[in-house]
Write a protein that binds this ligand. Structure first.
Ligand SMILES: Nc1ncnc2c1ncn2[C@@H]1O[C@H](COP(=O)(O)OP(=O)(O)OP(=O)(O)O)[C@@H](O)[C@H]1O
Ligand SMILES: N[C@@H](CCO)C(=O)O
Length: 321
């Protein structure tokens, strides 16, 4: 459960005293999420989320993320926006940690997305890319292609422990990705973690996105590749082409892809699988037994890597293969 920091009634009242949000009616930690501590907060004025940022959040990066959420909300994109206190501040301190009160975003995420959800999610992703145009902030990708080989250098033994022989296979993948990584495709703000648990639906329709804490400036089509991996694989490990077509078609209703972007999807999807394999492997090795948060399974992404390695034309959906 992702509540690493407890907050008592006095601390909450002290925090709320800085805002025009009334007084607390209900306050409860939420179990989902792994990075930060999240609390649902109901006041006499409305519903909010209190996020307390834990150790992975760099203080100097938080303004970029919160300003982006605010920008998107103001540009007609449904996402939860941080609330400013009476002095205009969105970043606060609770128990010596950075914290922010975020508007409550209505809707629910889906555990097993259908092709119809994938189409809606694709639309939502393109809307995000378009709404972020003109955002003045910038952030380099912390987990982009250039970061993968150095990260893996620290994880070779963990890979071998997971599956004997895996370190060599990953090394070969990384060489190929470095040689063939697409250059010169359209860039912009990407979400970078557009997984089903970060996208909300209402009545089957896209209702908004949360968790912008990996957002950065990178290749826009890479965000689609992340989403194809996260949304379009079945529980048995097979790639669902119908869902993938639906996701891309949904995206293209708002932002049509260039031929070069479309051609690049297979290698981008291979790279996106590498990114999440590596970060999951890192968390797997460093999470102590009995920890409150269960790390996500790196083998799920090892299987996705194998799919892209062995059948790269899959993500071209057969239409250009
Ligand atoms: N603004 C919001 N409105 C409504 N629900 C929210 C909001 N922010 C977070 N939640 C809920 O809290 C849960 C945890 O939030 P979030 O995914 O941001 O946590 P995290 O630990 O930062 O993320 P992750 O583990 O995905 O990196 C979400 O799954 C969602 O149910
Ligand atoms: N979405 C990430 C975890 C948190 O950002 C994963 O599934 O590995």
């Amino acid at each position: 459960m992702a509540v690493y920091t407890d907050i008592n009634d006095e601390e909450l009242a002290l925090l709320l005293a800085d805002y025009d949000l009334g007084t607390a009616v209900a306050f409860k930690g939420v179990a989902e999420g792994v990075e930060n501590s999240n609390f649902m907060l109901e006041t006499t004025v409305g519903r909010y989320f209190l996020t307390v940022y834990e150790k992975r959040m760099k203080a100097e990066e938080l303004p970029f993320f919160l300003d982006l959420m605010r920008w998107l909300a103001r540009h007609d994109y449904p996402c939860a926006s941080p609330v400013a206190d009476r002095a205009g501040q969105t970043i606060k301190q609770v128990r010596g940690k950075l914290a922010a009160i975020i508007e409550f975003l209505p809707g629910l995420s889906v555990r097993r997305p259908t092709a119809a959800h994938c189409r809606e999610a694709g639309e939502g992703l393109a809307r995000l890319h378009l709404a972020a145009r003109g955002f003045p902030g910038t952030r380099k990708p912390a987990l982009g292609q250039a970061a993968w080989a150095p990260l893996f250098a620290t994880l070779r033994e963990d890979a071998e422990a997971l599956k004997p022989g895996l370190a060599a296979t990953i090394g070969t993948d990384l060489d190929r990705l470095a040689r063939t990584w697409p250059q010169g495709l359209p860039q912009g703000i990407i979400h970078e973690d557009y997984f089903p648990d970060n996208v909300f639906f209402s009545g089957g329709k896209f209702a908004g996105a949360i968790d912008f804490y990996f957002a950065c400036v990178d290749t826009l089509a890479y965000d689609i590749a992340v989403a194809l991996n996260a949304w379009c694989f079945e529980a048995d490990g097979s790639f669902n082409i119908t869902s993938a077509r639906a996701l891309v078609a949904g995206y293209e209703t708002h932002r049509p892809l260039s031929p070069a972007e479309r051609q690049a999807l297979p290698i981008l999807a291979h790279g996106a699988a590498m990114r999440f394999f590596l970060t999951r492997l890192e968390a797997w090795g460093s999470t102590p037994a009995g920890a409150l948060v269960r790390p996500k399974d790196p083998l799920e992404y090892e299987r996705k890597l194998a799919v892209h390695r062995e059948a790269p034309d899959l993500v071209l959906f057969g239409d250009q293969a």
